[in-house]
Design a protein around this ligand. Structure first.
Ligand code: NI
Length: 257
C-alpha cells in the first residue's frame, strides 16, 4: 500500500473533517502516513495523531522558518520526545533562504539545523530535511556532520539533476510529491526518471502541493495516486511496482517493520 512519508494532518485546513479524511485513506490504497512537525506545537500535535491512529507515525523537529520557538528552555522537549515509541524521525529541519534574506537569521538557521541534526545523529534516527534555495549550504552541513551514517531525506526535492546526484552520492533519499506532475517541472521529472528507485520516497506535504489535476486545492494522501501514475509513466513501470518499491523504501528509511 501507499506510504505517505511526509504529511501535515495537524494543519487547521483539516479541522472540519480530519477524522473522515484519515479513516478514509485505506479505501484509497494509503496504508501508512508520517505526520511531520514544523515547530514545537505541530510536533506535539504530530505525536497526538500518532498516538491516536495506529497507521500514523510522527516526526518531530523545527522548520528553519520557525526557529524563533527554539532556545535552551525548549530544545530539551525535542531531546526528550525523540524517545517516544511512535516518533520515527527528526524533522522537518534545514535551511530556507527563499523566505529568509537576513544573514544573521540565516546563521541562526544553520546553527539550529546543526544542533537538531546532531540530536538525530546521536540517537541514530532518520532526518527529514527542508531545503529551499540553500542547496550548497545544506550539502556542506550534511557533509560535515557525516549524513552518510544515518538515513536522510531531502524532502520535496527541488534542485538540479547535478545536485540530486551529489545528495544521492552522500546516501540521501529524495522525497518526491505533487510537484512532479506539474507541466513546468522539467528538472524534477528528469530526476524522478533517472534516480535509483530504491532512494525514492513518496510524499504529499499535504495540505500543500496538490498534484495535477488538483493543483492549488487542498492536498491529502489519496492524491499520491497521481504522483504514482506520473512516476510509473516516466520510468516505464507498473503503478503497483512503484507503490511496492517506494513502500519498502519508506519502511527501510523509518525502520518501520
Ligand atoms: Ni512539510
Amino acid at each position: 500500500m501507499i506510504f505517505d512519508t511526509h504529511a501535515h494532518y495537524d494543519d487547521d485546513k483539516f479541522d472540519d473533517d480530519r477524522e473522515k479524511v484519515l479513516t478514509g485513506l485505506k479505501d484509497h490504497g494509503v496504508g501508512t502516513v508520517v505526520n511531520v512537525g514544523a515547530d514545537l506545537k505541530t510536533s506535539e500535535n504530530s505525536l497526538y495523531l500518532a498516538q491516536k491512529y495506529p497507521f500514523i507515525y510522527a516526526a518531530i523537529g523545527v522548520h528553519p522558518s520557525d526557529i524563533a520557538c527554539l532556545d535552551e528552555d525548549t530544545f530539551p522537549w525535542l531531546k526528550k520526545h525523540v524517545h517516544d515509541p511512535k516518533v520515527v524521525a527528526v524533522g522537518e529541519i534545514g535551511l530556507d533562504y527563499y523566505w529568509e534574506k537576513d544573514d544573521g537569521v540565516r546563521r541562526l538557521q544553520r546553527a539550529w539545523f546543526e544542533r537538531q541534526f546532531s540530536l538525530a545523529y546521536e540517537e541514530n534516527m532518520p532526518v527529514i530535511i527542508h531545503s529551499r534555495e540553500a542547496a550548497q549550504d545544506t550539502y556542506d552541513i550534511l557533509k560535515s556532520l557525516h549524513a552518510e551514517d544515518i538515513p536522510v531525506v531531502i524532502h520535496c526535492f527541488s534542485y538540479s539533476e547535478e545536485m540530486a546526484e551529489r545528495f544521492l552520492d552522500m546516501g540521501c533519499y529524495l522525497g518526491i510529491g505533487g510537484v512532479v506532475t506539474f507541466n513546468n517541472a522539467k528538472k524534477l521529472k528528469e530526476v524522478a526518471k533517472n534516480m535509483p528507485i530504491d532512494k525514492l520516497l513518496l510524499e504529499t506535504d499535504c495540505p500543500y502541493l496538490a498534484p495535477e489535476p488538483n493543483r492549488g486545492k487542498r492536498n491529502d494522501s489519496t492524491h499520491i495516486n497521481y504522483v504514482v501514475d506520473e512516476i510509473a509513466a516516466l520510468r516505464g513501470m507498473d503503478r503497483e511496482e512503484v507503490i511496492d518499491i517506494t513502500e519498502k523504501n519508506a519502511r527501510r528509511f523509518y525502520s518501520i517493520g
